[in-house]
Design a protein around this ligand. Structure first.
Ligand code: XBP
Ligand code: MG
Length: 259
């Protein structure tokens, strides 16, 4: 049984965007707004439990009651702050500050050569996805992805299944025809609730200790020849890097088991 489509999360999966990307952009936006807020790497790890930048800011305000401008309409305030954060994050991407993770470009190119369909399912803002793809895979690479599900196109972000269901509907595929690549517990929960099977690629800083019970495979990177992954869960290729030619066997294996 061969997969027909590969569905990719973005943050943490295609690139290690959180600590040195999104977090920095949030802090730059806070500074530009005159706010004395500082999301340290440690605090940010805690805040990452909430997906979506606007939702994360809202949670921070509710949980920590930081100093706020008086009389501000909070929805508008968060939206404006987040719009600046998006601009700052895109600027970091345009400056070439955030590369793809090992094996990502290779696997995507192999998938295109093999005629697999590609899609993206992420909670991040669409402008961030475009900028990441353009700055890493090159101009026009967005078109390699038949469906890009991002940000506010669905009412409920991960771990709700909405974004994966949205993508599946547009691909007109059953979950069993797809393989998902994710890096986080919220991501695998979202995919699993949509009936999808996930290969987890952990990020050492933030998601390595997450609960990946719902994922049949867990590795610490996709790997490259000479830069092999560490397998944490599932029977994975002994080459130490994941190729498109390996995916049919992994796919058949998970679908032969009752979950
Ligand atoms: C990623 C996120 C995103 C980014 C911020 O989750 O939670 O919200 O941290 O992006 P996942 P925005 O990888 O599970 O999709 O600020 O654009 O919302
Ligand atoms: Mg992610």
């Amino acid at each position: 049984m061969k997969p027909e489509a590969l569905l990719f999360d973005v943050d943490g999966t295609l690139a290690d965007t959180e600590r040195d990307g999104h977090r920095v952009a949030f802090n730059q936006a806070f500074q530009a707004a005159g706010l004395a807020w500082d999301w340290t790497p440690g605090l940010y790890g805690e805040l990452l439990r909430i997906t979506g930048g606007k939702e994360r800011i809202e949670y921070f305000i509710d949980r920590f009651a930081p100093p706020m401008p008086t009389g501000a309409d909070s929805t508008r305030f968060i939206e404006d702050l987040h719009a600046v954060k998006t601009k700052k994050f895109v600027a970091l991407l345009n400056a070439g500050e955030i590369p793809l993770r090992p094996g990502v470009q290779r696997l995507i190119q192999e998938a295109r050569t093999a005629g697999l369909r590609l899609a993206i399912a992420t909670t991040t803002t669409e402008a961030n996805v475009s900028a990441l793809l353009r700055n890493t895979l090159g101009q026009g690479s967005e078109d390699w992805f038949e469906v890009i599900g991002a940000g506010d196109v669905v009412p409920n972000k991960k771990p709700a299944p909405d974004i994966y269901n949205w993508v599946l509907t547009r691909l007109d595929l059953a979950p069993s025809a797809c393989i998902v690549f994710e890096d986080s517990e919220n991501g695998v929960r979202s995919a699993a609730r949509a009936g999808l099977k996930t290969i987890i690629v952990t990020t050492c800083g933030y998601t390595r200790s997450h609960d990946f019970d719902r994922a049949p495979y867990v590795i610490d990177q996709l790997g490259e020849p000479g830069q092999v992954f560490r397998a944490q869960k599932g029977e994975l290729p002994s080459s130490g890097y994941l190729r498109v030619s390996d995916l049919a066997a992994l796919h058949a294996d998970v679908h032969s088991k009752v979950s």
